[in-house]
Each structure stands twice: as C-alpha cells, then as structure tokens.
Design a protein around this ligand. Structure first.
Ligand code: SF4
Length: 100
C-alpha cells in the first residue's frame, strides 16, 4: 500500500504541489466503486451530472448520497461518456487511474 509522506527537508527535491488544484484522490475512493480505471472519491456532492452523462457507468449510493462507478466502460462510447463526466464534475471527484 502506498503512503504519502510530507517531509519538509529530507534532503531530496520537493515535488511541486499546485496550491489550488483539486483532483480526485485514488486513495480516497468511495467504497462502492467497482475496481478499474474510473472511480469517484469522497469529494462527490451528489450533483447527478455524471449519472446523467454516463448513465451506464455511474450510479448513486442512495443511503450515503454520493455517486460511484457501477460499471467500467466497455466500449468507446462509454469511455467518452465517462471522460465527459470526469471533465464536467464540479468538484473533480471523478478520477481516471489510466490503464486498468
Ligand atoms: S458529477 Fe461529480 S459531484 Fe456530481 S454526482 Fe458525479 S461525482 Fe458527484
């Protein structure tokens, strides 16, 4: 398991961290996501955009009130819809880990 260490002056180079960048966090995925490249993290505000944009791939956890990936895309159309949802998510809660 990967751990993030935040060490100020350990002698190595500091990684640049843009202060105002919000990105989905692959270590903070909602537990309901199916495994695979796309995921939703805990920043989701349940706005419904992804479920409208990619209805085959995103579902709603009714009790918790957030979206999750219920199925990874299996064709180009679904992949495009997932990408569109990721780009449109207002809080950047959707991530893409790349290869699955
Ligand atoms: S678009 Fe983003 S904030 Fe809206 S429901 Fe989907 S994951 Fe949540």
């Amino acid at each position: 398991m990967k751990k993030s260490l935040q060490i100020g002056s350990a002698g190595g180079k500091k990684s640049p961290q843009p202060p105002n960048t919000i990105m989905a966090d692959s270590e903070d995925k909602n537990s309901s996501n199916v495994s695979g490249k796309f995921y939703v993290d805990s920043q989701c505000i349940d706005c419904d955009l992804c479920r409208e944009t990619a209805p085959n791939n995103f579902g709603r956890a009714e009790d918790e009130g957030y979206s999750y990936v219920l199925k990874q895309p299996v064709n180009d159309e679904e992949t495009a819809q997932c990408r569109e949802a990721m780009e449109g998510c207002p809080v950047e809660a959707i991530g893409d880990d790349g290869d699955d």
